[in-house]
Design a protein around this ligand. Structure first.
Ligand code: GMT
Length: 381
């Protein structure tokens, strides 16, 4: 069985979740999976057979005003690849992982005669935002051109990459996935009562509260929804705009109806108490959090940004509006909340749609890609 190295961000965020869930699924299939990053990925919460974690240590020296993570990672990759006999390296989020992978690949080949194919999976802001910074742009472009394969989590992101980075090479779309046996509708009236003691409706939003998520819009939507029906808003996650969301809730007089839970494990139990999942993003390459909610039978009200329409079907599994169109998103919420039959139908369709992204269907696409890349490598040697 193959030995696979996975590089990702270990923090609270979609790309790290996808990388970790992929590693766990591959390990269950018998692959030996080595995570290489600076901290234990937060969804790697228990012992898993066939999974190994290698921490990248950051040497400190007074001369280094900034941490040299990209270099430390490249060095660690050489070490792990040699001693754990990696067959393939799969990096998630291009910056800086793709260039560290490339550097490791060159060192392994020139110093040790070892060929290590590198696959880069693009997730979102590595292409749409951060990668466009003039100081990163040439590095991202170069590292994508030199990866042995590049995948993107949506057609939107693949197209954006070709267009923004003038890249001719194939970019395979492998969508994100969800374990639909774990993320199942999980009714828990007791838990629901804790958040909505008078039987209010529940809106839910999960994010890292970066500006691209437009999280404060969820508070504006709640305020409009509450002018028609009683409702609560649960916010899960943390980040730069959390305090703005809290401030806005106070300003709009709905603070006692908003519960900010901060960084929490996003469990099926918690997702299942929601009536509607809100995702009012400015930019979103896929929307994994929405997919996990749909898998628990929760319809989504979101924007048409990026790859969201590839996941949420407007008028079937949720509703999509223009970015910043609070009135419309609030009206869509009310359309569902005031029509129980329609709401139930959307719940069922959301679950059905999520089944199309089940782990068992998507992970084999990565397995086939690994085989193809290794085959290409064998031919070229
Ligand atoms: O691009 C980011 O902001 C990072 C990334 C993350 O780690 O949170 O999020 C992106 O990757 C997720 C997993 O593939 C996608 O579901 C998110 O849509 C995407 N975020 C954005 O495009 C803003």
């Amino acid at each position: 069985m193959l030995h696979i190295g996975i590089v990702c961000y270990p923090t609270y965020g979609g790309s790290g979740v996808v990388a970790t869930e992929l590693g766990k699924a591959l390990a269950r299939r018998g692959y030996r999976v080595h995570f290489i990053t600076y901290a234990l990925p937060w969804r790697l919460d228990a012992f898993h057979d066939n999974i190994f974690f290698h921490e990248v240590e950051l040497p400190n020296y007074p001369l280094f005003e900034f941490q040299l993570y990209s270099l430390a990672l490249a060095g660690k990759l050489v070490d792990v690849a040699r001693y754990e006999r990696l067959d393939i390296l799969h990096v998630h989020y291009a910056i800086p992982h793709a260039i560290s992978g490339y550097l490791a690949q060159r060192m392994l080949w020139e110093h040790h005669g070892m060929m290590l194919p590198v696959i880069t999976t693009l997730h979102g802001t590595d292409i749409t935002l951060v990668g466009l910074e003039p100081s990163f742009y040439p590095v991202v472009r170069f590292s994508l051109e030199h990866s042995d394969a590049v995948t993107a989590v949506s057609s939107f992101l693949a197209e954006k990459t070709r267009h923004q980075f003038l890249i001719q090479r194939p970019i395979e779309v492998i969508p994100n996935f969800v374990d639909t046996r774990t993320f199942v509708p999980h009714p828990n009236p007791e838990l629901r009562r804790q958040f909505a003691p008078q039987g209010e409706y529940i809106l839910l939003h999960v994010s890292n509260f970066r500006p691209v998520k437009r999280s404060p819009d969820t508070v504006r939507i709640l305020a409009e929804v509450r002018s028609a029906v009683p409702a609560k808003l649960i916010l899960i996650g943390d980040g730069p705009e959390r305090s703005e969301a809290e401030r806005l809730a106070r300003q709009l007089g709905v603070d006692e109806h908003v519960r900010c839970l901060g960084k929490q494990p996003v469990t099926p139990e918690l997702l299942s108490i929601a009536d509607i999942f809100l995702l009012p993003s400015q930019s979103e390459s896929f929307g994994l959090a929405a997919l996990e909610a749909m898998s628990c039978g929760v319809p989504v009200v979101a924007t048409t940004a990026g790859g969201i329409p590839e996941v949420v079907r407007h008028g079937e599994t949720g509703f999509l509006a223009e970015i910043g169109d609070i009135d419309r998103m609030a009206r869509y919420c009310l359309e569902l909340l005031s029509n129980p039959k329609k709401h139930q139908l959307f719940r069922e369709r959301a679950r059905q749609r999520a089944l199309e992204f089940d782990t068992e269907l998507i992970v084999p696409l990565y397995e086939r890609l690994y085989q193809r890349v290794l085959e290409q490598e064998r031919i070229s040697l």
